[in-house]
Design a protein around this ligand. Structure first.
Ligand code: TEU
Length: 563
């Protein structure tokens, strides 16, 4: 703690909103800004402090707003700039902070800069993007996420050149090496900060720097493009410059989406002395149950709890004296936490959803919750390709089709792995379409809103997932040791129970989390449960008051304060 300075963004709890799926008020089947404003009292009632809003800027929606055609306009489907200003004002009244999404590795191909850039080789905006003139031959291979050929170079007839797009063909990469591009980005950041926005989550931020000689993939990367993309030569120079010219001028927070960033590189981004970012999301947990470099195939054996613990213990250690971490179990790009890391069967859904909440709220690092996680929303489990809306699934299907890969396997895989699992509408009530819209929703609502997974019913039950979440948030916020305290793993080899202590000065806590479908007994020699204060449990405690043993029910979570 001596080294760790207190900051609002370390003590806050973040609630991520995917606006498309949160609350429709206009009746077009798509969530909107007014919908979020209407729900602010609910959000406030959760005890969270910060909203991270996925992109709401003008966009042709090739990738649901991650393809921006104007950084200073609001997407018409979501409302107007007045709606945005009203949302921000209403948030300020309630003491909520707003973090926006900075998507500046690429723009939409419909952005004015790109429209100009592709017109001629001597256009003023030509050098805003990465171009390869065709007379030089076929450019060295670059892999693309959402391209139907997985090819990141797209030939453009107008100027007989290829442009670079790490994501879809409609998401050309900006050329940060051009100072004019960086100035545009910094100006745009100022525009939002001057409105009163409290920070940015930075999309694929490690990818912004490229070697503009576009060499063949260097040997050390062995075909794996993600670590290559995240190790651009001028990355830290750009982050430092952005910090110096913009970020440091405001009391804001930044969190990078750090694909490809390893533990050894972590402090290069978030060591305060380097003046770059405050925090980032690592991807080690998100790839734990996946196979291969691109990480969209589920691995065939089940992940082990010891692996899960190791990831979190290692990442906690990196930030014990410098920097600061993040904790998350899902977001708009990954399946729902309870379906993936817990157990969404009828029997275990409630305990496992609340156990996972307890985990995020008792670890060091800022906790990020994704809308619906507070009521235990589960995967969509779509059976048919037609149900999917995500370019990641639809274009990969086409790619695999060309490669003659078994598409039934792929659809089975997507039930567990797809991003649309987390993009189904918020389940507010028992009304039609779960109270999300009175029109046809843009993506199917999960029918389990009818069986208890909705806000309306959970508000009425004192032991609901929702009300447990509220209690657990209060506990974190009223015990500084749960935020800043040191973390110590207990029972490292145990495959059923994740146990750890947190300590700060004289405060000490023990957290026991069962990841098992069976009752499990743990023995911890130096803990006398009879002398410890139980702060919270998601189930009845069956422990004898006198000994060093504790019996956990399936997916039980307990937090003790030790003396
Ligand atoms: O995501 C980056 C990204 O590549 C992954 O999270 C990816 O979506 C996942 O691994 C799929 O296999 C960011 C955004 O969060 C995502 O929604 C965007 O699609 C992407 O960038 C492009 O902007």
């Amino acid at each position: 703690m001596a080294q760790l300075k207190r900051r609002w963004w370390k003590e806050g709890v973040v609630y991520q909103i995917y606006p498309r799926s949160f609350q429709d008020t206009s009746g077009n089947g798509i969530g909107d800004l007014k919908g979020i404003t209407e729900r602010l009292d609910y959000i406030k009632s959760l005890g969270v402090d910060i909203i991270w809003l996925c992109p709401v800027y003008e966009s042709p929606n090739d990738d649901n707003g991650y393809d921006i055609s104007d950084y200073r306009k609001i997407m018409a489907e979501f409302g107007t700039m007045d709606d945005f200003d009203d949302l921000l004002a209403q948030m300020k009244v309630r003491g909520l902070k707003l973090v926006m999404d900075l998507v500046a590795n690429h723009t939409s191909d419909e952005h004015f800069w790109f429209q100009e850039s592709r017109k001629s080789r001597d256009n003023k905006y030509r050098d805003y993007y990465h171009w390869w003139p065709a007379e030089k031959g076929i450019p060295p291979k670059r892999w693309s996420y959402f391209d139907v050929d997985a090819n990141a170079w797209k030939y453009d007839e107008q100027t007989d050149s290829y442009y670079l797009h790490y994501f879809s063909v409609k998401q050309p990469d900006l050329k940060w090496e051009n100072r004019a591009v960086r100035k545009e980005v910094y100006d745009m950041l100022r525009f939002w900060f001057d409105k009163g926005v409290d920070g940015f989550r930075m999309d694929v931020i490690p990818f912004i720097s490229k070697d503009t000689t576009y060499p063949e993939l260097p040997k050390e990367f062995k075909g794996d493009f993600i670590p290559f993309y995240s190790n651009g030569p001028r990355l830290h120079e750009f982050l430092n410059e952005m910090n110096n010219e913009v970020l440091s001028k405001y009391d804001i927070m930044t969190v990078g989406e750090a694909l490809g960033v390893t533990i050894d590189q972590a402090l290069n981004f978030v060591d305060e002395d380097r003046k770059e970012l405050n925090m980032f999301f690592h991807f080690d947990l998100m790839s734990l149950d996946r196979d291969g470099n691109e990480a969209f195939w589920m691995r065939s054996d089940r992940w082990k709890l010891t692996e899960f613990k190791e990831i979190h213990s290692k990442w906690d250690a990196v930030f014990s004296e410098k920097g600061w971490g993040t904790m998350y179990l899902n977001n708009h790009d990954f399946p729902r936490a309870v379906s993936r890391w817990g157990n969404d069967s009828k029997e275990h859904w409630r305990n496992s959803a609340t156990m996972l909440q307890t985990f995020l709220l008792t670890m060091r690092g800022t906790p990020f919750f994704y809308f619906g996680e507070e009521i235990g929303m589960t995967n969509a489990n779509f059976e048919r390709l037609d149900d999917y809306k995500d370019i990641n699934t639809l274009n990969r299907y086409k790619l695999l089709q060309q490669q003659n890969i078994d598409l039934e396997d792929f659809i089975e895989n997507e039930k567990k792995a797809s991003r649309d699992n987390a993009r189904t509408p918020m389940q507010w009530s028992l009304d039609t379409h779960a109270g999300f819209t009175n029109n046809t929703p843009w993506i199917k609502v999960n029918s389990n809103y009818k069986t208890g997974i909705n806000v309306e019913e959970q508000e009425k039950q004192s032991d609901s997932v929702l009300n447990y979440f509220r209690k657990m948030v209060k506990i974190r916020k009223s015990h500084l040791g749960l935020i800043y305290g040191g973390y110590q793993l207990v029972l490292p080899e145990n495959e059923q129970v994740y146990a750890y202590t947190r300590s700060l000065d004289t405060e000490r806590y023990l957290i026991l989390l069962s990841f098992s479908e069976e009752s499990t007994q743990v023995a911890i020699d130096d803990i006398e449960f009879s002398k410890a204060d139980l702060l919270i449990s998601n189930d009845e405690c069956q422990t004898e008051k006198t000994n060093h043993q504790f019996t956990l029910k399936p997916y039980q979570a307990v937090v003790y304060q030790l003396h």
